[in-house]
Design a protein around this ligand. Structure first.
Ligand SMILES: *Cc1c(COP(=O)(O)O)cnc(C)c1O
Length: 443
């Protein structure tokens, strides 16, 4: 399979280059050159297929024949070693729990698959590949857990001191082995500036093999398509299914649209956001206006310029850039996607309502999805709506407990982090000490 840039359909690279480069030089995003529907036989067999078999067949369709069946199967089985169960709230509303991985959020699917694919293509036996990441919290945790103990790969994570939650810090700093944490006495932007300088440092790049684990890497989207098929399988026959996706950078929703292109029989999707509502606004008005993000309760969705928007418009016919997707693209997207946004106040009320009505503890991101599904189903009652629960509520324990007025249980894999010892190297905001750290450690 070749991958093209959303900014230039003639710019094409193979799987390996798309994964290691992350971003095309023209600042577009990689997309598979063909997204062909899976054969009828796949859909006939679907009710009997395991989650990892579904993942294998979908990955095969998106990656093409470059990787052998046995290798690809092994990669999928190793990466997706936890379930994605659908839980019914009632006959109309379902929750797709995507938090059963190591960092308790759906980003585990992408991070684990990317790490295995990178390890597979990492054919320089002499020198380790060094993944540099700046994180404001969640991405770093998923990347750390996803790459933990991957042979031939070292991960260096820069995070802003005092600006991530205690739990997030533990997820970054307690794994050890090939995961190295740098605690920067500055902001997330300082961390990102250091990482950028390292990538632009020709001398450093000649001496070390550097790569990124950027959230827009195409290898992170691929496994996110798997669980739409898995959820559809679990629901079985009945009323039409719609997926409601709490969104920030819109990777999850893009993966849903790719699943549809692969033949998943879903007519409609719901994009749910907090006050960072540029995509619902675009769907309503046809104008795409990015803005500075505003902080909210569902903070993993605080995005003012969603990075996957170019992929979504590209899927609906738009080719270059994202400034003016055009009427035709806008019209086609509106047919498939409804957008809604909600304030923190109604989101808090929704967390309480879901507990009261269904006895289910939902996190603030899922609660935004619940509100959107409820609103959409007013006009579409004979449907089964699936809300993606993107993280476990205990990841947002202080907020959820404040809203509900009682304690909530913490899964063992999170609770045990509390007693583990933090190991981090202290850094200022300057680039040179980080450069020296990298060379001393890895050259
Ligand atoms: C990253 C994240 C989101 C947003 O997902 P996108 O694919 O960027 O739209 C939503 N919820 C949680 C908990 C997340 O960590």
């Amino acid at each position: 399979m070749q991958f093209y840039s959303t900014n230039d359909p003639d710019h094409r690279v193979g799987v390996k280059e798309a994964i290691f480069r992350g971003l095309p030089a023209d600042n577009g995003l990689y997309m598979p050159e063909r997204i062909d529907p899976l054969p009828d036989s796949f859909f006939r067999e679907l009710p009997t297929l395991s989650f990892s078999e579904i993942g294998f067949r979908v990955a095969r369709q998106l990656l093409g024949p470059e990787i052998s069946d046995s290798d690809l199967r092994r990669i999928v089985e190793d990466a997706i070693n936890f379930p994605a169960p659908v839980v019914a709230l009632d006959e109309q509303k379902y929750i797709l729990e995507l938090f059963h991985g190591p960092s308790l959020a759906f980003k585990d699917f992408g991070a684990r698959f990317m790490s295995r694919l990178m390890a597979y293509y990492n054919d320089d036996a002499d020198r380790d590949l060094i993944i540099l990441v700046a994180t404001s919290g969640d991405t770093g945790g998923a990347v750390a857990a996803g790459f933990y103990d991957t042979p031939g790969i070292q991960v260096v994570i820069l995070y802003p001191s005092g600006k991530v939650s205690d739990l997030q810090e533990k997820q970054l700093t307690t794994l050890g082995k090939n995961i190295h944490a740098l605690e920067v006495s500055g902001t997330f932007d300082d961390c990102q500036a250091i990482v950028k300088r390292a990538f632009l440092d020709g001398d450093l790049r000649a001496r070390l093999r550097l790569s990124s684990a950027n959230s827009i890497n195409i290898s992170r989207l691929i496994p996110q398509t798997f669980y739409y098929f898995e959820a559809y399988k679990q629901l079985g026959e009945g009323d039409p299914v719609v997926f409601c996706v709490p969104s920030g950078n819109f990777g999850n929703l893009t993966a849903a649209l790719i699943a549809k292109r692969l033949g998943l029989p879903i007519d409609h999707f719901i994009a749910a956001t907090n006050d960072n509502d540029v995509v619902p606004r675009f769907l309503a008005e046809g104008q795409y206006r990015t803005r500075a993000s505003v902080p909210t309760l569902s903070n993993a969705m605080d995005v003012g310029a969603p990075s996957n928007f170019a992929r979504m418009t590209n899927l609906y016919g738009h080719i270059v850039g994202v400034d003016h997707p055009g009427e035709e693209t806008h019209r086609s997207m509106r047919e498939v996607i409804s957008g809604y946004s909600y304030t923190d106040e109604v989101t808090e009320a929704a967390v309480k309502e879901v507990e009261r009505n269904y006895g289910y503890t939902i996190d603030p991101h899922g609660a935004v999805g619940y509100l959107a599904l409820k609103e959409w189903q007013k006009d579409h009652p004979a449907t089964r709506g699936v809300i993606l629960e993107t993280a476990h509520p205990s990841k947002f324990k202080p907020d959820v407990e404040r809203i509900l007025g009682h304690e909530i249980p913490v899964p063992e894999r999170l609770a045990s982090l509390k007693d583990k010892e933090k190991v981090a190297s202290q850094m200022g905001t300057a680039y040179e000490p980080v450069r020296k750290y990298l060379l001393d450690k890895f050259e």
